[in-house]
Design a protein around this ligand. Structure first.
Ligand SMILES: Nc1ncnc2c1ncn2[C@@H]1O[C@H](COP(=O)(O)OP(=O)(O)OP(=O)(O)O)[C@@H](O)[C@H]1O
Length: 592
């Protein structure tokens, strides 16, 4: 039997012009003809190099080609394997930036990345409250004098330089970290989406998402991580009151309805000077309402589980202060809504109410102003107000009609109508479990429908300070601060290595500072408690009952906050000045 030609010989015969010496192909070399197929003109190059240097480049080129092919095959196999593993062995959860959890996780990771050596980070300048800056400060600044005796006033020009930036995982990159023995991968990315704005113009917008994954067929570890991040965010909230407002209009459209605008140390109830019985009534009423058993009681009787409070009285008498103190006592967040917010529509207000947490305080301030829109609309229907000629009235209406026809809002502030507000407060879709607090300086202007039982269940009257309240305010101002506001310590120690482990929560951190006994008043340095009480009584006797609001008295005392005797000596002059000011109906005070 004749010898069969091998593949090299066949290829050599097929490409005679290549000059490839197919018989010279070693087992590790690719035939020159194949290489010719990938690199046109390879045969000539090969022959030229071989003839001029005696070196057969085919071995080298074959090696490179084999490495390249292996890398490609490895890559495809790897990605196929990863896809297969991900499909059956990786769990993930995606979080949208419009959700609070996103913020909780970023905060938690920022805390982790404070010391962790990650290579792709995003540096941010976090907005900090005075309380947070204070808690980070290592030294207390003091007012001193220089060598020439000039006062060196406190100067905060470099406070920005001192504040620490926040480092979070960079957008667009993948991060991995250990938490409680589980290996997590995190992808933070921005996705574009088409936004159909209210004016009809569609634009592309960016939205951020966080995708957290871990190995295993259960999302349980990720859920626990999220829970942990939430706890980290809320730690110490029992010594803070969170204040939220409706988010800007743009954000509201994408689901982020409420925005935290401030976190303040809880206001102790004892700092609100109000008739003790009235205070206890509100406290007991809310306490009973918030009890889970009460929710069932309401449900069994088919009564909507809601409770409304009306705080009314002159300005500066403590309506807002009591609301904040209540939030502190019951550990609730405050959701503040101003009905004069120009971009707020009734529909959005309704959505805000349906997106409240299970238990919270909703503060509707200056509720009397909500009637403005109703008055205007009713006026429109009724015709010209007295003193307005028919022609003038027609011109006003014509201007409004032209604005409307041009697609412009008839008024800058569309506002909330009374009927709209009533629907939102107790409509079928309205949230259950919230404590609604409405405040007003003009209860007489309120519509009866707004304060009927079911909408307002408890009314609290506030008034200018009585003499005993003035005394209390005075004593409170000059008593030694027994319960300094402490900032909560972190729940976790910052991670020091790639593997992060939570530390157990020290109990004391979550316990608010001890509250001194209600009557424990200790005078300021150098002043005995009894002496302070006498000065307070003297001070109070010089301010007629009901003449001043607690806010006015507080303002006067704040200017003399280190000298109670000075305050007692100057109060008469101040009261006289105030009387004159009121008689002359001027708004500027002569004596401060
Ligand atoms: N009853 C009070 N007890 C203690 N402090 C008070 C009291 N009333 C007012 N103040 C002080 O006066 C300031 C203003 O009080 P607050 O905002 O609670 O008044 P308000 O009744 O809500 O006023 P407005 O009707 O103008 O909104 C606060 O700094 C608060 O500490």
């Amino acid at each position: 039997m004749g010898r069969q030609p091998n593949i090299g010989q066949l290829l050599g015969a097929s490409f005679p012009g290549s000059g490839a010496d197919v018989n010279a192909t070693s087992p590790t070399q690719l035939p020159t003809a194949i290489l010719e197929g990938f690199i046109p003109g390879y045969g000539y190059i090969h022959r030229f190099v071989l003839q001029s240097t005696g070196f057969d480049v085919t071995s080298l080129v074959s090696l490179i080609a084999l490495l390249w092919a292996s890398a490609r095959i490895y890559k495809s196999l790897y990605s196929a394997l990863v896809t297969a593993v991900q499909a059956v062995w990786v769990s993930e959860i995606t979080i949208n930036s419009t959700d609070d959890i996103h913020n909780h996780l970023i905060q938690f990771l920022a805390f982790q990345y404070r010391t962790k050596s990650a290579r792709w980070l995003l540096a941010e300048t976090p907005a900090k409250t005075t309380w947070q800056i204070d808690s980070e400060a290592t030294e207390v600044p003091e007012t001193t004098t220089d060598s020439e005796g000039n006062i060196k006033w406190l100067n905060f020009s470099n406070q920005d330089a001192k504040s620490q930036p926040r480092f979070t995982p960079a957008i667009g990159s993948t991060h991995s970290f250990w938490h409680k023995g589980t290996y997590f991968t995190l992808k933070r990315k921005e996705v574009s989406f088409m936004d159909n704005a209210s004016n009809g113009a569609a634009t592309f917008k960016e939205r951020e998402t966080l995708t957290i994954s871990c190995y295993g067929r259960s999302t349980e570890p990720i859920k626990k991580l999220i829970q942990h991040a939430k706890e980290h965010h809320h730690m110490g909230h029992n010594v803070k009151t969170i204040i939220k407002r409706p988010s800007p209009k743009d954000m509201r459209r994408f689901g982020g309805r409420w925005l935290t605008i401030a976190e303040r140390p809880c206001r102790p109830m004892k700092t609100v000077v109000l008739d003790e019985e009235r205070k206890m009534d509100v406290l007991a009423d809310i306490n009973e309402y918030l009890n889970p058993a009460t929710a069932r009681w309401y449900a069994n009787r088919g009564i909507p589980y809601r409770r409304g409070y009306l705080f009314y009285g002159p300005p500066g008498t403590g309506k807002t202060s009591l609301t904040f103190a209540l939030a502190g006592v019951f550990g609730l967040d405050i959701h503040v809504i101003s009905l004069l917010e120009p971009t707020l529509t009734e529909e959005e207000l309704g959505m805000l109410f349906t997106n409240l947490p299970a238990r919270c305080i909703v503060l509707l301030e200056d509720i009397d102003t909500a009637g403005l829109v109703r008055v205007e609309k009713e006026q429109e229907d009724r015709g010209p107000p007295p003193g307005t000629s028919k022609d003038e009235w027609n011109v006003v209406n014509l201007a409004k009609a032209i604005k409307k026809a041009n697609g412009q809002p008839a008024d800058k502030h569309e506002g909330i109508t009374l009927s709209g507000l009533l629907n939102i407060i107790d409509g079928v879709a309205s949230h259950e479990g919230r404590v609604l607090v409405m405040t007003t300086n003009h209860p007489e202007q309120l519509d009866e429908a707004l304060i009927r039982p079911g909408r307002v269940d408890h009314q609290v009257a506030f008034s200018n300070a009585t003499q005993s309240q003035v005394k209390e305010l005075f004593e409170r101002m000059y008593s030694i601060d027994l319960s300094p506001v402490t900032s909560p310590k972190p729940l976790l120690k910052p991670a020091v290595s790639g593997n992060t482990h939570a530390t157990t929560t020290p109990k004391s951190i979550l316990t608010p500072p001890p509250t001194p006994k209600p009557n424990a008043i200790v005078g300021i340095d150098g002043l005995e408690a009894e002496e302070l009480s006498q000065i307070a009584a003297d001070f109070a006797s010089k301010i007629p009952d009901g003449m001043c609001s607690p806010a006015e008295i507080q303002g006067f005392l704040l200017k003399r906050k280190k000298d109670p005797r000075k305050a007692a000596n100057e109060v008469e002059g101040w009261v006289e000045g105030l009387k004159e000011q009121r008689e002359s109906k001027t708004k500027l005070s002569r004596v401060q």
